[in-house]
Design a protein around this ligand. Sequence first.
Ligand SMILES: Cc1cc2nc3c(=O)[nH]c(=O)nc-3n(C[C@H](O)[C@H](O)[C@H](O)COP(=O)(O)OP(=O)(O)OC[C@H]3O[C@@H](n4cnc5c(N)ncnc54)[C@H](O)[C@@H]3O)c2cc1C
Length: 240
Amino acid sequence: MPIYKVKLKCKQEIAAGTMAFHFEKPAGFFYKAGQSADCTLINPAETDAEGNTRVFSLASAPYEADLIVATRMRDTAFKRVLKTMEPGTELTLDAPYGSFTLHNNASVPAVFLTGGIGVTPVKSIVLQAIHDNVPHRILVFYSNSRPEDAAFLDDLMKSHVTNPNYTFVGTMTQMEKSSREWHGESGLISKAMLLKYIVDLTLPIYYIDGPPAMVTAMRKLLSEAGVDDDNIRTEEFSGY
Ligand SMILES: Cc1cc2nc3c(=O)[nH]c(=O)nc-3n(C[C@H](O)[C@H](O)[C@H](O)COP(=O)(O)OP(=O)(O)OC[C@H]3O[C@@H](n4cnc5c(N)ncnc54)[C@H](O)[C@@H]3O)c2cc1C
């Protein structure tokens, strides 16, 4: 893939311990919603055994002006440097990679099962699909401990209101630790929860994306519900 240098435009906290970084999109850079990028720090002030590169999904939709990545700000050398980067600083982008992208056949519904920061490619795919007015039926199940932890929650919820083909199902697993109101689902994503919104679980193509433990649990749930392996696509955020 071509290698680009991209300039940081701005950064902001978008959920508890979670930041989004906006970069200038280089001329001639094209990607599909859901794809990812290898991001490398240039001459960072510090480094560690994991090195200066991390893979991040592009959380921005291709129609958006900026390239956006979002991450949980753990205390690693890479993220300490990223957090303190000033606007105008450049990093290297090796991209785009990956096939975690929406299928073409619009008669088959797309169901996204995601949690935590695994939401990044889902946000990109959903916003692009709505922007392009695609005919697919799209359902997103998004699990978090609390609304405070849920990055892009508003973007994904808002789109639900104006798009009859799109259903958003948020679920929280630790509302007792939250100070916000929540009127959505609670508890882990389960077969019973899916059946409230999907009549025949064997019809859709499923996109599971998040930490490896979540991907394993969701794949098991779907297999036990009789979903064909061919209809399950996964993206594991290794490193969590
Ligand atoms: C295709 C793909 C897309 C991805 N997209 C994203 C994305 O959009 N956003 C995103 O945030 N990540 C994404 N990731 C994961 C990302 O590449 C990093 O692995 C992740 O952010 C962890 O980086 P780190 O610097 O926090 O930890 P690293 O320094 O990479 O350390 C990883 C290892 O150390 C352990 N570790 C480090 N710090 C801690 C800690 N505080 N607590 C517990 N364990 C710790 C981890 O368990 C792991 O074993 C993606 C990964 C892939 C493969």
